[in-house]
Design a protein around this ligand. Structure first.
Ligand code: PEP
Length: 250
């Protein structure tokens, strides 16, 4: 049985004070939930305070990005050990906004994943096609390549430290969600790709999240699909009540 994950990605939103209000509210709303993993990725600057509020709770923290070097002259970057130090067990890697606005490619994504693994941090590897890719029927090949390149040289025994998030770019922040059927088709392809790269046992154990305009009113339909193991939530994860409703899917 794969334990579902509901993860919230705040992107570049909320001050430290706003973050603390959110975490205190969320703790009350989801306290005692232990059959699913709850993860929130605030901006770096809020992680330390968020850790103090969440450390004895069922809410886990993720960073939204890392750099692959351990330390040194890399102005503006954050190393894996630094996010671990402020309580992050997870990091989002290769979000489409990082690929699009900060020119991250599969090779950089792969380096980041390997550096997170070295530190014992689980990567949430984001993959997904553009609208143009979908229209050209390239969805499965684009996503398959992102998976195999992102996981290059990642060993089967390290796959426990990998979660995949399928996020069609055309569905992110647009209100246009992929239908549960569209998402399931790609999730199944991702699992088949993992099966080819590793073995069935590994492919069956990796959690594959869907992201792209997930809301309280579409989460149940998505979670009913056999290969959808959770959600990566942007906009609807900024409000504690709406995020809690997604966490509490049936
Ligand atoms: C995201 O940023 O990962 C995301 C899925 O955003 P939204 O839920 O707002 O579409």
């Amino acid at each position: 049985m794969r334990r579902p994950i509901i993860a919230g990605n705040w992107k570049m939103n909320k001050t430290v004070e706003e973050a603390l209000l959110f975490f205190n509210e969320l703790k009350d709303l989801v306290g005692g939930v232990d059959d699913r993993e709850i993860i929130v990725a605030p901006p770096f600057i809020s992680l330390f305070s968020a850790f103090n509020v969440t450390k004895n709770s069922n809410i886990h923290l993720a960073a939204q990005n890392i750099y692959w070097e351990k330390k040194g002259a890399f102005t503006g970057e954050i190393a894996p050990a630094m996010i671990k130090d402020v309580g992050c067990g997870y990091v989002i890697i290769g979000h489409s906004e990082r690929r699009q606005f900060f020119f991250e490619n599969d090779e950089m994504v792969n380096k980041k994943i390997k550096s997170a693994l070295e530190e014992g941090i689980t990567s949430i590897l984001c993959v997904g096609e553009s609208l143009a890719d979908r229209e050209k029927k390239l969805t499965l090949s684009v996503v398959g390549t992102q998976i195999s390149s992102g996981l290059k040289e990642v060993l089967a025994e390290d796959m426990e430290g990998i979660v995949v998030a399928y996020e069609p770019i055309w569905a992110i922040g647009t209100g246009m969600t992929a239908s549960a059927e569209q998402a399931e088709e790609v999730h199944l392809h991702i699992r088949e790709t993992l099966n080819q790269l590793y073995k069935k046992e590994v492919a069956d154990s990796v959690r594959i999240l869907y992201g792209g305009s997930v809301k309280p009113d579409n989460i149940n339909e998505l979670m009913a699909k056999p290969n959808i193991d959770g959600a990566l939530v942007g906009g609807a994860g900024l409000d504690a009540k709406s995020f809690a409703k997604i966490v509490l899917f049936k």
